[in-house]
Design a protein around this ligand. Structure first.
Ligand SMILES: O=C(O)CCC(=O)C(=O)O
Ligand SMILES: [Fe+2]
Length: 304
């Protein structure tokens, strides 16, 4: 089945039908006034080519740090004979209090070339905190896992679900991506006890015997100008069917706080909770433990 496509949707309807209902959607008119010419390999290479970037494999294991220019030269415009790319550039803005090759400066320079999609809520967020700014525009402020994804044809983000029950937004600027989605109720079919995910293109049926009985819920191709919403807990597998440039970020809405608290309670050891805390830093202490985090959310959002 194809992911539903909508346009001209109000924020209220988006919250009700997709965030609260926890359903994926593609919005086709969310990038209309953006300067797409700034998000091409030529422009990014010319402008930011000497910046060092993070290059990953097909999950989230860092492979190397290299100049953007080198990534583009090695992984874009490849032919079948040369072999397509298997390296994926995920260039995140600051995620924690350490010096790293973050993309903050690049996002600062590009902030007037794109905007906050008109249908995505920017108040009533649980993560990031809304206390420091009333209207959290994603082109101006950092969100968890906000990043510029530059990826040569063939490269891929294998099946996974996003951390701490967050939703992801993915805006497609250049090239195309093939997407497979599996609903959260298929978790036991696609994920094992170690939190490993099945490779949907080359499944190991010994490790994932229950993958035999199921298939994906949605299959689609995202094209330039389209924004896909991956709701909390949905498993997604994304392959670049051409050279590709996207922007992504994550958030948790106030209406999703109970699920977030359940996650923290069941997985207090989740290392990504450090990142959740980083985006709440004006509200809770970085040393807060999982119980204190849960209490903070319950108090703030009046959950008994
Ligand atoms: O675009 C991709 O390769 C993966 C995107 C993703 O996993 C996300 O936005 O959460
Ligand atoms: Fe993801």
């Amino acid at each position: 089945m194809k992911i539903p496509r909508v346009k001209n949707i109000t924020e209220e309807k988006f919250i009700e039908d997709y965030i609260f209902a926890n359903k994926p959607v593609i919005v086709t008119d969310g990038m209309e006034k953006w300067d797409m010419g700034k998000f091409t390999p030529e422009y990014l290479k010319k402008t930011f080519g000497n910046h060092k970037v993070q290059v990953y494999n097909d999950l989230f294991d860092l492979q190397t740090i290299q100049p953007l220019e080198k990534y583009i030269d090695n992984n874009f415009f490849r032919t079948e004979k040369e072999g397509f790319s298997n390296k994926y550039m995920r260039w995140y803005t600051k995620l924690k209090e350490v010096e790293f090759y973050w993309s903050d400066k690049v996002f600062e320079d590009l902030k007037s070339s794109w905007g906050h999609p008109y249908f995505i809520p920017k108040t009533s967020l649980a993560i990031p905190s809304n206390n420091d700014v009333l209207n959290r525009n994603v082109n101006e402020f950092n969100y968890p896992y906000k990043g510029l994804f530059i990826s040569g044809k063939g490269s891929r983000t294998r099946l996974h679900k996003d951390p701490f029950t967050s939703n992801a937004v993915l805006c497609q600027f250049y090239g195309e991506k093939k997407i497979y989605l599996f609903s959260p109720d298929k978790e036991l079919n696609v994920m094992d006890n170690n939190h490993d995910f099945v490779d949907v293109k080359n499944p190991d049926y010994v490790k994932f015997p229950n993958f035999k009985n199921i298939t994906h819920d949605y299959e689609d191709t995202l094209v330039p100008g389209e924004i896909v919403f991956f709701p909390s807990g949905w498993f997604h597998d994304v392959t670049c069917t051409s050279d590709s440039i996207s922007i992504t970020w994550n958030f948790v809405h106030a209406l999703q706080v109970e699920r977030l608290c359940n996650h923290i309670e069941n997985h207090p050891e989740d290392d990504q909770l450090e990142i959740a805390k980083f985006f709440l830093k004006d509200e809770i202490d970085g040393k807060a433990d999982s119980n204190e985090m849960i209490q903070f959310f319950k108090n703030k959002f009046a959950i008994v």
